[in-house]
Design a protein around this ligand. Structure first.
Ligand code: SF4
Length: 616
């Protein structure tokens, strides 16, 4: 049974009011891949009466259930509302997979802020707690790509009382109990949250202060230094509180990160009675497209120690990997078999990085992750624990369940982590049973300086992986392909780097159908580079392609083979003084211009050299 979405559904349950109202920028989809579904089901499990307000627009949407007895939990949706609405080129997207019928425009820009202000206007005494990706990644003063300026913490901007960052189950449980006891949300102190306070109330111990909102808004070096501290302190073992002044007497305090859920706790979350479907009221609008990707997929882990600089996972979920137990995952798959919509295919068994089932090393558990290096890049740390046996066991158990025909892995697989495995057993079975014709991996670039800016391993690892992939694919008797993903215009990428990537693609016969431009989403290390022109971890200057023209040229180079990109590719090659790549040689990206081609043919016929010598 879904939680109430309408007043009538609340009355059917015999409730006169709700204890908590959950507001979300997405349609109401009761599936564990939706953050608000987890929060609402958790509150229900704890014995509270919970109702859901999805994509509210009018005052009437917010007042439908009357004020809640204890408080509001608000999120902007599964992804940041601005990313949801706009492309990397800041153009309006045509659709929205998280809305009924895939329609765009069902939530406002900066949904979290708009919703909270509306609640505050209607109920000035409301206790408002915000969470989800939009809250998490905008918890400090942050660069906003769409405004092209630094914005204050979304906690200050939204007029909410408390902000949950990261995966919020433990925080939600504690906060709900405190609110039910009458503690005002602004006075709740809990790991994994941020609050606003004044100077006398600032924490004195285990705290570090970063540059104020005013300072980071006007000084890019201060912004970069603040980013470094934010990244370094996101560890549940050694992370400290972070203080950032926002107003003349208003300070944002980020409490220490919350300990991630352990296996038993994660199992308990996924055992909650999710309907794994959108609310039936959306049926006549065509359903909610996002369900198609996730209805019969399984999330087996959380966190990622890959920590790529453009990714939000490490700053949101954390870099410590935790996972569900095999029996919990098998039980979920067995429930699929009972579902009349299930066609016998599990579309994914993954998570942020599908093939992680362990923390990076033993030390990460006791002393925390290293503040000054990454586990896998540019070279793997010798302490990384490499072990695919449990993941392999999980995949074997799933494909042995009667009624399951296929088990695919579609989440990102860390190929560099796979390459640390000397034995072929895991990869051989993966290729034999769990790839549906194409394996997508993400080398992202080939230029060493761009890969260093991304926090990714150098391209030689991908090249070795590619050889291993095709050797093992042949051995298991399959015809399947490796599909590498690349990002254009990431900080650090000059036109020369983009040309290097285009040549690399040509040599490796890579023809991407789509190209992803770098997207400066809130709160990542790469976004800091984009804004400041500095790598916050080293404070070294970084080249940033920003003009529309250069982005257009870099993007065109990645699809140099398309006739419509010819003009841009020639422009790029001329700008970079690489006219040697216009022609018919093996590395040439475009053939010579038509009149030149004609001349070449003409002179070739006559056995003359080209270019023809001028007559005297
Ligand atoms: S010791 Fe190595 S594997 Fe462990 S956290 Fe540090 S960088 Fe990662």
């Amino acid at each position: 049974m879904f939680l109430p979405l309408t007043k009538k559904e609340m009355e059917i349950r015999g409730w006169e009011e709700a204890d908590f109202l959950c507001v979300t920028g997405d349609a109401y989809v009761d599936h564990p891949s939706f953050g608000m579904a987890i929060v609402s089901r958790l509150l229900e499990k704890l014995g509270y009466r919970v109702a859901v307000i999805a994509q509210p627009v009018s005052d009437g949407d917010f007042t439908r259930f009357g004020p809640p007895k204890y408080g509001w939990f608000v999120n902007g949706g599964n992804i940041d509302s601005m990313v949801s609405h706009y492309t990397a080129a800041k153009r309006l997207r045509r659709g929205d997979a998280y809305s009924p019928g895939g329609q765009s425009g069902r939530r406002p820009d900066r949904a979290l802020t708009v919703y909270c202000r509306q609640i505050r206007k209607l109920y000035p005494q409301a206790q408002i707690v915000i969470g989800g990706l939009e809250a998490s990644m905008r918890r400090f003063a942050h660069y906003d790509y769409w405004n092209d300026s630094v914005m204050p913490s979304v906690l200050a901007d939204s007029e909410a009382d408390l902000l949950i960052y990261g995966m919020g189950e433990k925080q939600t449980e504690y906060i709900a109990a405190q609110l039910a006891q009458g503690t005002p949300a602004r006075q709740i102190r809990c790991r994994g949250t941020c609050y606003l306070t004044d100077e006398p109330d600032l924490p004195r111990e285990n705290a570090v202060t970063i540059a104020s909102f005013t300072k980071v808004s006007s000084d890019k070096h201060s912004y970069a230094r603040a980013t470094k501290v934010q990244m370094e302190e996101q560890d549940p073992v050694r992370g400290r509180k972070i203080i950032q002044k926002h107003d003349y007497n208003t300070f944002l305090v980020q409490m220490e990160p919350m300990e991630p859920l352990n296996t038993a706790e994660l199992d308990a979350v996924f055992a909650m009675p999710f309907q794994r479907m959108y609310h039936p009221s959306y049926e006549k609008q065509g359903g909610v497209p996002a369900i198609a990707e996730v209805e019969f997929s399984i999330m087996q882990n959380r966190g990622c120690f890959g920590s790529c600089n453009f990714c939000s996972i490490a700053f949101h979920q954390g870099s410590r990997v935790t996972c569900r137990s095999i029996p919990s995952i098998v039980a979920e798959a067995e429930r699929f078999v009972q579902n009349p919509r299930f066609k016998g295919i599990i579309s994914d068994v993954g998570g942020p990085s599908a093939n992680f089932r362990h923390p990076s090393c033993e030390k990460q558990l006791t002393k925390g992750s290293c503040p000054n290096r990454k586990c896998l890049a540019p070279r793997p740390c010798p302490n990384v624990k490499v072990d695919h046996t449990e993941y392999l066991e999980l995949l074997r158990r799933l494909r042995a369940i009667p009624g399951i025909r296929k088990v695919f892995v579609r989440s990102g697989l860390r190929y560099d982590y796979m390459m640390l495995e000397k034995d072929d057993t895991f990869m051989r079975e993966l290729l034999a049973h769990h790839v549906s014709g194409q394996l997508k991996v993400a080398p992202e670039h080939c230029s060493p300086q761009v890969l260093d800016c991304m926090g990714k391993p150098h391209i030689g690892v991908y090249e070795k992986f590619s050889q291993r992939f095709y050797r093992l694919t042949k051995e298991v008797g399959k015809e399947q392909y490796l599909v590498p993903y690349f990002i254009s215009s990431h900080p650090g990428s000059t036109l020369k780097d983009a040309i290097q990537l285009a040549v690399f693609m040509k040599r490796h016969h890579i023809h991407p159908e789509q190209v992803q431009d770098f997207y400066p989403t809130p709160g990542t290390v790469s976004t800091c580079m984009f804004y400041t022109g500095l790598d916050p971890m080293t404070m070294k200057e970084v080249y940033v392609p920003k003009s529309q023209e250069e982005k257009w040229l870099q993007r065109a180079l990645l699809q140099y083979f398309k006739p419509e990109n010819r003009r841009a590719v020639i422009t790029a090659l001329k700008k970079a003084r690489r006219e040697d790549l216009i022609g018919t040689g093996p590395d040439c990206l475009v053939p010579p211009e038509r009149n030149q081609t004609a001349k070449v043919k003409f002179h070739a016929k006559k056995g003359r050299s080209y270019p023809p010598k001028k007559k005297k």
